[in-house]
Design a protein around this ligand. Structure first.
Ligand code: SF4
Length: 453
């Protein structure tokens, strides 16, 4: 019996309207994860002549909840709400002139084993169900090729855009770390937030102007000025506070609405916090691609398959030089800026894999952010942090793995540790848990002191 065509679900749109599309004459919509990183990335793209815009976030959470079932990861609900809200507002603003084909909605993905790879497919299905929005394309960069930007702009500018984008991520990490370094010790309450907001806009202008020419030293000159100005906000008489390391799922730990501004809450109870960086994830994706290519090369060598060997060797060279570049660039930025005010540096991903292997805690073969969180916590512990917080969406797979592995280790080491899963609800006991955790962190601090920085 012939099926009614209306009931046939077509997945053609997953190929036709999810992928890499030219950004020429279109507005590139960037979801806001960490505010500073999103804005500097958008400024970098604008410098390269791309109309890039960071969307407002969290204002459309009701829409996100309406169009999801509740089983999805929390970041999927938030980003779904963000794009639907943005489109709704654009339709109201432009009326008949509104055309969804004028935008590319940026939603990167990662290949399994968790659900991040499905966000853009799920959002595609939602957009396809809305007649006004079914032509809105989703720009999906993937970790499979280390977030390659090929196809977005003219091929001869791709490498410059990629490198400047990476550089903007590192600079944004530093601005975030500057905020967390100064705010707990500020003389005037509220002055750090205002200063960092203003500094972010300064850096946006600098990136638009000097990013395309890769004038990195010129950009760092401005950062140096900002850090020196930031130091003046600190009360010199304020005593050092317990140092808290933060790890977890990249979106929720970086998105202040999603994590109910946990860093500020920890600061309210007397902590100074260092969150894991965004560049760390980018370095990890390059490292992981390189690692996969090396494994595949060794296998084809054993099997004496010369064609694949050549292919894998090419990949090793490509991902290897990308990783080398990223680590080199990141080191240069931290070398110049970190010591100005004692900003904590990232670990090399290769080092984190060694840490995991030492105690056989997990394996990079399994992938996901657990590869960063587990050794990251171990390193915080070794370096003299006074407590660690794991921040993640409720039911997040990698973070739940992290919690199950790391909790007993932290107990053995006597380091205060707290799991904080988040969804759209407010947990009544959360603040009490954070207070108790900070009490323990203070005890640790009083007994052992803290990391030198
Ligand atoms: S990392 Fe966690 S929140 Fe993100 S897709 Fe995977 S399971 Fe979901």
């Amino acid at each position: 019996m012939a099926m009614e065509s209306k009931k046939i679900v077509s997945f053609k749109s997953l190929n036709k309207t999810v992928g890499r599309f030219s950004l020429k004459e279109r507005t590139f919509l960037i979801p806001q994860m960490n505010r500073i990183g999103g804005h500097l990335l958008a400024a970098t793209f604008r410098g390269f002549g791309i109309r890039a815009k960071v969307m407002d976030t969290y204002k459309g959470l009701d829409l996100g909840i309406e169009y999801t079932s509740g089983k999805e990861c929390y970041p999927c609900q938030i980003t779904t709400g963000d794009i639907l809200y943005f489109m709704k507002k654009e339709k109201e603003r432009l009326g008949d002139a509104f055309d969804p084909d004028n935008y590319i909605y940026f939603m990167p993905e990662s290949s399994g084993p968790c659900r991040f790879g499905m966000y853009n497919k799920y959002q595609r299905i939602i957009l396809d169900s809305l007649p006004d929005l079914n032509r809105l394309k989703i720009g999906a960069l993937t970790t499979d090729d280390g977030y390659s930007l090929s196809g977005l702009i003219e091929s001869q500018r791709v490498s410059d855009l990629r490198r400047t984008s990476y550089f903007s991520v590192v600079v944004a990490d530093i601005l975030d770390r500057l905020l967390w370094r100064i705010r707990p010790y500020e003389r005037e309450p509220g002055s750090t937030d205002a200063f960092i907001e203003e500094s972010m806009h300064r850096m946006e202008n600098i990136f638009e102007k000097h990013g395309p020419g890769k004038e990195f030293d010129r950009i760092l000159d401005e950062m140096e000025v900002i850090i020196k100005e930031g130091k003046d906000l600190v009360d010199p008489g304020s005593p050092k506070k317990p140092l808290i390391g933060m790890v977890g799922e990249i979106y929720v730990r970086s998105h202040v609405h999603a994590n109910q501004d946990i860093i500020r809450v920890l600061e309210r109870y007397g902590g100074e916090v260092v969150n894991a960086s965004i560049a760390e994830w980018m370095n990890y994706t390059s490292y992981d691609r390189l690692r996969d290519a090396k494994i595949a090369f060794r296998l084809s060598m054993k099997q004496l398959r010369f064609g694949p060997m050549k292919e894998h060797l090419k990949k090793i060279f490509g991902y290897g030089s990308e990783l080398y570049y990223q680590e080199f660039r990141q080191r240069k930025v931290y070398d110049r800026l970190a010591s100005l005010i004692g900003i904590v540096r990232d670990h090399k991903i290769g080092h984190l894999e060694e840490v995991i292997k030492e105690d056989d805690l997990f394996s990079f073969d399994a992938g996901t952010e657990a590869c960063l969180s587990i050794p990251g916590i171990m390193e915080y512990a070794r370096e003299g942090f006074n407590g660690v917080v794991n921040v993640y969406p409720f039911t997040c797979m990698p973070s739940t793995i992290t919690a199950s592995i790391i909790k007993p280790r932290m107990n053995e080491l006597g380091i205060p540790y707290l799991d904080t899963p988040y969804d759209a609800g407010i947990q009544p006991g959360r603040e009490a848990a954070i207070r108790t955790f900070m009490y323990q962190a203070y005890q640790h601090f009083n007994q052992h002191g803290r990391k030198a920085a």
